[in-house]
Write a new protein. Sequence first.
Length: 54
Amino acid sequence: MEALFAGPEPAVDEMLEACWEGPEAAVVKAVEPLDADVDDEGLPDGGFEIRPSD
């Protein structure tokens, strides 16, 4: 699964921490934060799209 979080650093840190929690039966093995290229509005370069999960 992949997600993009943008905003003030404390808010992004809070979202990353929340990624370690999941539904009761979930097992989170890794959360790998990476820097993303964003435009002046904080949106990903090249646009934004929502993709269905597999």
